[in-house]
Design a protein around this ligand. Sequence first.
Ligand SMILES: NC(=O)c1ccc[n+]([C@@H]2O[C@H](COP(=O)([O-])OP(=O)(O)OC[C@H]3O[C@@H](n4cnc5c(N)ncnc54)[C@H](O)[C@@H]3O)[C@@H](O)[C@H]2O)c1
Length: 90
Amino acid sequence: MKVFISGGAGQIGSHVAELHLARGDQVLAIDNFDTGRRIHLPEDAKGLTFVEGTISDQALIDQLVGDFKPDVIVHTAASYKDPETGIPTC
Ligand SMILES: NC(=O)c1ccc[n+]([C@@H]2O[C@H](COP(=O)([O-])OP(=O)(O)OC[C@H]3O[C@@H](n4cnc5c(N)ncnc54)[C@H](O)[C@@H]3O)[C@@H](O)[C@H]2O)c1
């Protein structure tokens, strides 16, 4: 299965990515590192493609989704934590 994950370097997105990679799925993750960190995802995981970018870039998302053709999209990108502390602000 092909899985597109927004916010893939975040708390929820990185765990979703790891679960799918463990199943042998192909994962395309995007994150702008607002509150996520690249270290949350394995560096050389088979089946993982990571893109640094924002989901508000519609042309980028259209291109990635059009090329990857995911079976599912898991949207976990969010902005509710203080980027400095990682503590929820709401
Ligand atoms: N963490 C929890 O326990 C929990 C529980 C229930 C629901 N949720 C929900 O799950 C979602 C994700 O929460 P989280 O804890 O993983 O947050 P998080 O901050 O750890 O992850 C969100 C990720 O989205 C990225 N991001 C933000 N704006 C982006 C953009 N424009 N483009 C690309 N990436 C962007 C951030 O860099 C970060 O990596 C939220 O909607 C949250 O309400 C979280």
